[in-house]
Structure formats: C-alpha cells, structure tokens
Design a protein around this ligand. Structure first.
Ligand code: HEC
Ligand code: HEC
Length: 389
C-alpha cells in the first residue's frame, strides 16, 4: 500500500474553494494542509495558519496569495478577453494550459496540499505518482473513471494524472454563473438596472477607466498589468517570506524560470463577476471590501501602503497609465460598487439538474469532505489509518 496514504489528509480542493464561499475561502491568504490542527472544523476561514505538519512538526500552510474563485474559470482567456481551453490560470499566469494543467499543481505544493507527507525534497512527479496510485487502489474510483473515460482506460493501471486533471477540469467547467442581471442588461433589457446601477455602468466604462482592463464577457481582458497593490504582510505575519521570498510578490515575473523579468509587479486582470461574494480582494487580499478596492483606484495607487513609483522603478516596472487619481465622489464610488454587484448570479445546475454547489456526504476514498461533521473527532489521520483523538 502507498505509505503516504494516511499521513496528511485534511485538505481538499474544496477546502479552499468552498461552494458557500463562492468557491473561494473568504481568507486574506489561503490556508492549506495541516490548517485543521486536530480541531473539529476545517473550512477556509476557520483554518489556523501556520499549521503544524503532523509528519515533521514544522510550520506549513500559509499560501502567499489570496484564493481566487473557481467560478467561471472555464471562461478565462489568454491575453485576450475570449475564453479558451488553453487559458491562463493563476494570478501570474504560470499555467498556460487551462484547467486540466492547473489541476495537477496544488497537490505538489507544500503549502497547499502536499505538506511534508512525501519526504524531505520530493519531486512534483513523485507526489503526482503517489496520488494517482492511491486513486488506482480505490475500486469505486476505478469504476467511476471507467464510466467517465470509457474505452480509454483498461484496468486500474490506465488511470493517469491526465485523467485526474481532465475529471477535475470537467467539473470546474460546469461551475459557471450565466444570466446575471448584468448579462440581461447588456442583452438588451435596459430597464432592468436602477438609476444608480446605470450610473455605475457608465462610470465603470467612463470616468473610472475600469473598462480599460476589465472588458469582454468576463470583464477581464486577461492581460497582466502593473497596479502597485501593496501587501502589508509584515503586519499580519511577521517574517513572512511571501511569494518572492522577500516578503512580497513580483507577480508575472517567475522567479524560478526567470521569465518575464520585465513584468515585475504585473498581475492578471481579475474578473469582476461575483466580486460581491469573494472578499477579500487583490492578490494579497489587502482590500477587505469593494469600497476599499475603489479607494485604491481613486487614489491612483499612491497611498502609503501601495507600492510606490520609486519601488516600481527600482524593479524596472511602471504603473499602468489608467491607474491615476480619478476624482470619484463618494456617490460615484457607491454607484460603481452597485454596478459590480449586478454581475452576481447563482451557479447553473449541472447535467440532469444536479446541484453542483452541494458538498457530497461521502467520497469514494472514505476521507471526509470539507466542512463535514467529524463524529469520531477531528482529523487528520495517523499513519496507522486510525483517526487521531
Ligand atoms: C490551500 C488552499 C488551496 C487548495 C487546497 C487548492 N487551491 Fe486552488 N488556488 C488557491 C490559491 C491561493 C490560488 C491562487 C494561486 C496563484 O495565483 O498563484 C488558487 C488558484 C486556483 C485556480 C486558478 C483560478 C484563476 O482564475 O487563476 C484554479 C482553477 C484552482 N485553484 C483549482 C484548484 C483545484 C482543482 C484544487 C485541488 C486539486 C485546488 N485549487 C486546491 C488555493 C487553493
Ligand atoms: C490597468 C488595468 C486595470 C484598471 C484600469 C482597473 N483594474 Fe481592477 N484589476 C486589475 C488587475 C491587474 C487586478 C488584480 C490586481 C492584484 O491582484 O494585485 C484587478 C483587480 C480588481 C478587483 C479585485 C478582484 C478580486 O477578485 O480580487 C476589483 C473588484 C477591480 N479590479 C475593480 C476595478 C474597478 C472598479 C476599476 C475602475 C475604478 C478597475 N478595477 C480598474 C486591472 C485593472
């Protein structure tokens, strides 16, 4: 049997992308494996960071970024507002092969799902093999993968990481929220909006300059732009290494491959859809409310906690020209916020009317789904296969 089987099973994709939290986690920064810490609760906002690995006792679990929603990621583009299956995923676009490619990543990340369960310096492939082997050993999963992929799979051995990624992506592709009031408005139902919402619509695409980046069907053009949103991590987690190892985040610049060295501090333009439900905002979660987001734009990113022009220049970056003091009045800010809320819509039901926001009571592995009651005491599991008391 796979020796890793029972070591650190306290986190699922749904722990950080939870249905009733709009498939995000309601936290400033994501909290991964070991965040449940033997307590009788494991949901996004209730997780404890840093958690302590039950394998090594070392701290683990502070994601260096805010968790984005999975809703409508099916429609992410790649340098264009048009949706594509080969879309950018992640705020720095380091995944360019769409949801299928993305699905293999969280399981290999120490902070997200892997923890210390796979030995001192595991390769991503080692972790992925272990996960696939576990699935192959669960008859109910083998049966279900056979149903889903038909003749493509022979016996259990036929299940590969590719199938796991395709299965997760197929589910995620169903998590869409069409038919918002915004969609009906742009579809021609012009009387649908209140006067304030109509005013907000005009400001969003006019004086507010929001439409310079938030355009197209997802209200994002899926480009990477420098805004200079700060993070202030030091005040919440002293000594935090952040994404760049220096307590901050260089966005599009990929420190490991040194790609995009000229795009330091650039982040992907995020969708506006459902922002009513997905606070906190920005890559660092530094804006707690939509009004705080608007305050950032209204001051042109020139506040004391924002990244200064000098810091940007030192990194060879410069703020996008549309990020400049806007002179929006409080009433205009209220109107833009009201307009953004018109994009909120429920998740469409799945095939055969299935409610895709319902967390299953059980899953084939026998592990507890996120948010489930834990009658015999909280997780995680011990190596013996018994639940810890
Ligand atoms: C510990 C919390 C956590 C877990 C567990 C987790 N995610 Fe995420 N997810 C995040 C964070 C944080 C990001 C943003 C990372 C970045 O931009 O670098 C993200 C980004 C994503 C994105 C990209 C969204 C976009 O618009 O760019 C997708 C899709 C996604 N996750 C799916 C999954 C799947 C599938 C799983 C399980 C295999 C999973 N996540 C597990 C926290 C988590
Ligand atoms: C220059 C391009 C640009 C302009 C102009 C712009 N945005 Fe953004 N927007 C972005 C980028 C890039 C991000 C992600 C930044 C980050 O995470 O650091 C973002 C993030 C956001 C978010 C947070 C979404 C989330 O899920 O965290 C909201 C809300 C938002 N923008 C609203 C607006 C509004 C309202 C305006 C107009 C007042 C506006 N934006 C103008 C590029 C832009």
């Amino acid at each position: 049997m796979d020796p890793y089987r029972f070591r650190a099973n306290d986190v699922a994709c749904g722990t950080c992308h939870f249905p009733s939290l709009a498939f995000a986690d309601g936290r400033r920064l994501g909290a991964g494996v070991a965040g449940a810490q033997f307590r009788d609760t494991d949901l996004g906002p209730e997780r404890v960071v840093p958690g302590r690995s039950i394998v090594t006792g070392l701290d683990v679990g502070t994601e260096p970024r805010n968790t984005p929603t999975i809703l409508n990621t099916a429609f992410n583009g790649r340098d264009t507002p048009q949706p594509t299956t080969e879309s950018f995923q992640f705020l720095d676009g380091r995944v360019t092969g769409g949801l299928e490619e993305q699905a293999g990543k969280p399981i290999t990340s120490r902070d997200e799902m892997a923890g210390d369960a796979y030995g001192p310096d595991p390769s991503p492939e080692e972790i992925q093999d272990s996960v696939v082997n576990r699935i192959r050993a669960i008859p109910e999963y083998v049966e279900r993968f056979k149903q889903a992929f038909g003749g493509e799979l022979g016996e259990a051995d036929g299940i590969s990481l590719d199938h796991v990624g395709r299965a997760l992506a197929a589910f995620e592709r169903e998590l869409i929220t069409p038919n918002s009031r915004y969609d009906r408005f742009v579809g021609g139902d012009f009387n649908l909006f209140s006067e304030q919402e109509r005013e907000g619509f005009k400001l969003f695409f006019g004086k507010g300059l929001c439409g310079d980046c938030h355009s197209g069907p997802m209200l994002s053009d899926f480009t990477f732009e420098v805004l200079g949103v700060g993070d202030d991590y030091e005040s919440i987690i002293p000594g935090f290494a952040g994404k760049n190892g220096e307590g901050g985040d260089f966005g599009r610049f990929h420190a490991d491959t040194l790609e995009f060295a000229d795009q330091k501090y650039a982040f992907r333009v995020l969708t506006i859809r459902n922002v009513e439900l997905t606070a906190p905002f920005f890559h660092s979660g530094s804006a707690g409310t939509l009004h705080e987001v608007l305050e950032f734009y209204n001051r042109g990113g020139l506040g004391p906690d924002d990244i200064s022009d000098a810091e940007l220049a030192a990194a060879g970056a410069s703020r996008h020209p549309s990020i400049r003091p806007l002179g929006l009045t409080p009433a205009e800010i209220d109107a833009i916020v009201a307009f953004m809320k018109t994009t909120t819509a429920p998740v469409q039901s799945g095939p055969l009317g299935v409610d895709l926001t319902a967390v299953p009571e059980r899953v084939p592995s026998g592990l507890l789904p996120p948010g489930a009651a834990t009658p015999e005491g909280p997780g995680p599991y011990l190596l013996s296969g018994e639940r810890s008391k």
